[in-house]
Design a protein around this ligand. Structure first.
Ligand SMILES: *[C@@H]1O[C@H](CO)[C@@H](O)[C@H](O)[C@H]1NC(C)=O
Ligand SMILES: *[C@@H]1O[C@H](CO)[C@@H](O)[C@H](O)[C@H]1NC(C)=O
Ligand SMILES: *[C@@H]1O[C@H](CO)[C@@H](O)[C@H](O)[C@H]1NC(C)=O
Ligand SMILES: *[C@@H]1O[C@H](CO)[C@@H](O)[C@H](O)[C@H]1NC(C)=O
Length: 340
């Protein structure tokens, strides 16, 4: 989604004060077809993907497999790692997390959004993604937490105790184990990126990395985080949605002023203020004809009967403080349907 990608680039935040020096690069590579692997002597090569059905021919390697994050419980996270399409040793490593909570990073991020291979519209084969991020970075897509996508726990009762801390700790354990498979990336410039509910996962993992970095043996060269369409907190998210609409001429100055003057998004009864409620509905109404995720592209009109049914299903599965009126319910649907 273009919108998501644009926002991500805007929101690159510097989280360390490191000077922009060159990161030591381990191993070497002599052109794209080099058979000299920097993975020699590590066990990542076991995970090399050699025969992905329908895959177009490419000049970079990719790997997929499991990393055990807790042996006692039998918890393992599934990853899919695409090397940068050129000069991978010189490019940063980006960990990508989809949100949800519960959305697959392989099913969405990697194969529908920013991975190099996306599923074609008939679902018969893979095609190259012109917006693939691995032109600029080594992309590590991880299914997180356990229970999502191919990631699992053999102690299934753990699925009842998942939470943000649990998720961050497993993701952190994953990273160190993964670096054992791919040691040349341990010293790479590192970024954590994600969208939607990863607005929580990403900063929480980043904070854990910075805390643990106090021990030099655990050092990870975290340079920044990237968030697209992030869920942060309801009040800020509403404010952001409204300001974004106004700053992109989706709504008038008057509507924006009414919202600014009448809405208290921090309150528990934001929507009991009628002026606020109506003005916000006016914003949301625009997104029936404009794609909220890509303001400047034409909307993809689906089969309305079918999509309404989906929206109802999604709607009733979700309770949210964000819901104020029917239009807001629609928005929650839109956000939920896109939560990836
Ligand atoms: C989970 O259990 C299966 C079946 O016993 C086993 O093959 C697998 O290695 C276990 N996974 C982990 C992460 O221990
Ligand atoms: C909103 O409700 C919660 C729980 O009922 C309460 O703890 C909180 O203080 C309330 N916030 C405001 C701004 O009234
Ligand atoms: C849209 O809905 C109509 C009527 O329910 C159905 O006949 C048609 O096949 C649907 N089209 C698509 C593309 O799903
Ligand atoms: C939502 O829609 C239902 C049915 O269309 C209607 O009865 C109800 O009054 C609407 N609620 C609001 C808050 O607009």
């Amino acid at each position: 989604m273009d919108f998501v990608v644009n926002v991500m680039f805007i929101l690159v935040l510097s989280v360390t004060a490191s000077p922009p020096f060159l990161v030591p690069v381990l191993g070497s590579r002599h052109g794209q077809w080099s058979t000299e692997r920097k993975l020699i002597n590590s066990w990542g090569s076991e995970d090399l993907v050699t025969n992905l059905p329908g895959q177009p021919k490419v000049h970079f390697q990719h790997y997929a497999g499991y990393v055990t994050v807790n042996e006692r419980s039998g918890r393992a996270l599934f990853y899919w790692f695409y090397e940068a399409s050129t000069l991978p040793n010189d490019k940063p490593l980006v960990l990508w997390l989809n949100g949800g909570p519960g959305c697959s990073s392989v099913g969405y991020g990697a194969t529908q959004e920013i991975g190099p291979f996306i599923v074609d519209s008939e679902g018969h084969a893979l095609k190259l993604n012109p917006y693939a991020w691995n032109t600029e970075a080594n992309m590590l897509f991880v299914e997180s937490p356990v229970g999502v996508g191919f990631s699992y726990s053999n102690t299934t009762t753990e699925y009842d105790s998942l939470g943000d801390d649990f998720t961050a700790n497993d993701a952190y354990a994953f990273l160190h184990k993964w670096f054992l498979k791919f040691p040349s990336y341990k010293s790479s410039m590192f970024y954590v990126a994600g969208e939607s509910y990863a607005g929580k996962y990403v900063p929480e993992l980043a904070e854990l990395i910075l805390d643990k970095n106090k021990d030099p043996s655990l050092f990870i060269d975290l340079r920044g985080i990237l968030l697209g369409n992030p869920e942060t907190c309801d009040a800020e998210d509403w404010k952001g949605l409204v300001d974004y609409a106004w700053s992109h001429a989706v709504v008038s100055d008057e509507t924006h002023r009414t919202i600014r003057d009448s809405c208290d998004f921090n309150s528990n009864n934001t929507w009991s203020n009628k002026d606020c409620s109506q003005a916000v509905d006016e914003v949301l109404k625009q997104y029936k004809v404009i794609d909220i995720y890509s303001l400047y592209t034409s909307v993809c009109i689906g089969n309305s009967t079918g999509s309404e049914q989906t929206s109802l299903q999604v709607m009733f599965r979700r309770t949210s403080k964000m819901v104020s009126s029917n239009l807001s319910v629609m928005l929650v649907f839109v956000l939920t349907a896109y939560e990836k």
